[in-house]
Design a protein around this ligand. Structure first.
Ligand SMILES: Nc1ncnc2c1ncn2[C@@H]1O[C@H](COP(=O)(O)OP(=O)(O)OP(=O)(O)O)[C@@H](O)[C@H]1O
Length: 609
């Protein structure tokens, strides 16, 4: 496809920019889901919920009683009989009622706001701590962005429901039923005449609402596309610049941004019909009231006061009707959001801990794979029948082409996954019988792409053992040789690094991660060696740091550099999930097998340089 075609119109999204829309904006109403949502109000059923309900009832009583007082007592009694003192009492009485209403209203709004925020806070906390405990395969199948959206947006979209939605729903239903009952009690025939337009209005408003709702759905989809693109563009800005793709990106952004604008304009235009429509219904009702009501008054079938009360109630009638439509929309959106949230909450870690799981008292670090077979997805096999024995304190280098299963072996030792067949044992215990956290606290993993969290250098090293004091942190940095470069930073150990540690070089990040691992003082160390070329001096530093780090621990190294591999006690050469050969450097060289040719090709490469 030609370049200009790809970006010429907003509909022509390139494949590269395809963002799947897994997330429906709304779902049909579902009682059991609603009940589960309401469960989040449970901790507050003795405090905030009854307080809000009482305040709401005060509000309802005042609003429903004032028109009667005005019609029956002010107009038909006090004014009709020119009873000034009764009129004064009534005015004072109504003022007191309004004051009580004002206080109750303020109290209710404050209470439901707190209630909404608390429930959302609880829900978000539960969701985050649950997601954090989920197994690796949960994260394998989802993008970080989509998880983020659930924890932020989906939870947010429930906030309005918990804050105002539920209480407004109750209020509006009580209000509507109350008004209809009163209208019929006052005059059934006038009530019928005035409310005759109700079914028509209901029909039209439902149609209009649905139409408006769908337009807003389009807006949300556009927004989510916009967000995804923004997220990806900013994260990948360095690559974009180096491949000179800024213009293409901007064009695409223009397209989505323009489309977002169009959809929003349309949705707003449609929404703008709703207010006037409600007003028109009100007007029709009022016209019928005036025409038929005055007819009844003239015929003596109706008191003027009743007419006045009627007018008041009719004025109050349309507001809850129009708001109920809004709440209904809110409910549908909440259904979709809560379904997604509950889907995460119902997800169980597939690495389960047995009830009677044991702890390692003093782990020695003897690792054994006993006929281990493993597949990530039950289709492709990543490891076939692997049996290995790693002596405590020894260093094993895993060598092999990309995709040969090196990281998979490391993942099984940390029990991020369970083997499909066979057993992984440490000190003779099957990992499935052990406590997961206890196992992992004895293992440190140093990945190729060291993750630096935002915070100070000190905090980042301390991540290995949060209870360590400053001296211990500095000591471990000194041992791995990170101390000098840290001191050269603007604020030394207090230098703030942003997420991912952009201000540090690859080698420096690696040294930090060594310090972190050393501080954790694990029995087993898993190291994914960086492939990035580092200059010789840095390389020597890292080798030196590594020696100190490995001392007295069982180490599994996913090794790329010959210098590291050569020093290992045992080298395991993998190919397509199978062990091809193993032994130490000299033994393998002697065999003249795969390892030999690998080393030879590295030397040939060096010779060419
Ligand atoms: N999360 C995953 N889901 C599905 N398949 C996976 C997953 N991770 C790895 N694989 C597959 O399992 C096989 C072994 O992958 P593994 O990551 O262990 O290789 P590796 O030797 O560490 O490779 P590299 O040197 O490139 O890191 C590969 O075929 C890979 O495609």
């Amino acid at each position: 496809m030609a370049k200009h075609e790809k970006i010429s119109s907003e509909g022509a999204y390139t494949k590269r920019f395809y963002y799947p829309q897994e997330n429906a904006v709304e779902k049909p109403f579902n009682w059991s889901q609603m009940a589960r949502l309401l469960n989040y109000l449970k901790p507050y059923t003795k405090t905030l919920v009854p307080a809000a309900v009482v305040a709401m009832l005060v509000n309802m009583i005042v609003r429903l009683s004032v028109p009667i007082i005005i019609g029956q007592y002010v107009v038909d009694t006090a004014i009709a009989n020119r009873d000034i003192s009764l009129l004064t009492y009534l005015i004072i009485g109504i003022s007191v009622l309004y004051l009580a209403n004002f206080i109750a209203n303020r109290f209710r709004i404050r209470t439901v706001n707190v209630l909404g925020q608390r429930t959302i806070h609880d829900l978000r906390k539960e969701l985050f701590s649950h997601v954090q405990r989920l197994s690796h395969n949960f994260f394998d199948n989802r993008s970080a962005g989509s998880i983020l959206v659930r924890i932020l947006n989906d939870v947010n979209s429930l906030q309005e429901l918990f804050t105002n939605g539920i209480i407004n729903l109750l209020m509006d239903i009580i209000m509507l039923v109350g008004i209809i009952v009163i209208l019929f009690a006052l005059s059934p025939q006038l009530a019928l005449a005035v409310l005759v337009i109700l079914p028509i209005m209901f029909y039209i408003s439902t149609k209009l609402r649905r139409n408006i709702r769908h337009s807003w759905q389009d807006v949300r989809i556009q927004k989510s596309r916009l967000n995804s693109h923004l997220n990806e563009s900013i994260q990948g800005v360095r690559i974009t610049q180096s491949f000179v793709q800024e213009e293409e990106n901007t064009q695409y952004f223009k397209g989505v941004n323009g489309s977002n604008f169009e959809k929003e304009r349309l949705a707003m235009k449609k929404s703008a019909y709703f207010g006037p429509f409600v007003e028109m219904s009100n007007a029709i009702g009022t016209v019928i009231l005036i025409a038929y009501g005055s007819h009844l008054i003239i015929n003596g079938a109706f008191a003027i006061g009743t007419f006045v009360s009627f007018a008041f109630y009719l004025g109050m009638f349309w507001e809850p009707i129009s708001r109920l439509g809004q709440i209904y929309n809110q409910l549908l959106v909440a259904m979709a959001s809560s379904e997604r949230i509950f889907e995460f909450l119902d997800e169980q870690p597939n690495v389960e801990e047995k009830k009677n799981a044991k702890t390692f008292n003093d782990m020695q670090g003897h690792i054994a794979f006993d006929h281990v077979k493993f597949s990530y997805d039950d289709e492709r096999v990543a490891l076939h029948e692997i049996s290995i024995d790693i002596k405590p304190g020894s260093t094993v280098a895993l060598v092999g082409h990309t995709g040969s299963g090196k990281s998979t072996i490391a993942n099984l030792i940390s029990r991020f996954y369970d083997p499909t067949e066979g057993k992984v044992k440490i000190d003779g215990y099957d990992l499935r019988d052990m406590k997961v956290q206890n196992l992992r606290s004895n293992i440190s993993v140093v990945l190729q792409d060291t993750f630096i969290f935002s915070g100070s250098i000190m905090d980042n090293i301390r991540f290995g053992r949060p209870e360590a004091n400053d001296e211990e942190v500095i000591e471990s940095a000194k041992i791995v040789g990170a101390h000098e470069f840290i001191l050269r930073l603007a604020d030394g150990y207090d230098t703030e690094v942003e997420e991912r540690g952009n201000i540090l070089s690859a080698g420096e990040r690696q040294l930090l991660s060594f310090a972190r691992a050393l501080l954790a003082d694990p029995k087993i160390l898993i190291l994914d060696e960086a492939t990035a070329s580092i200059d010789t001096e840095a390389e020597m530093k890292i080798q030196e740091a590594l020696r100190k780090l490995l001392n007295g621990r069982t180490a599994i190294m996913i090794a790329h550099r010959l210098s590291t591999i050569r020093e290992a006690d045992n080298i395991i050469v993998l190919e397509n999930g199978r062990i091809l050969e193993q032994g130490n450097h000299d033994e393998l060289i002697e065999q003249e097998g795969e390892y030999y040719s690998l080393v030879k090709s590295q030397f040939e490469m060096l010779d060419e340089l």
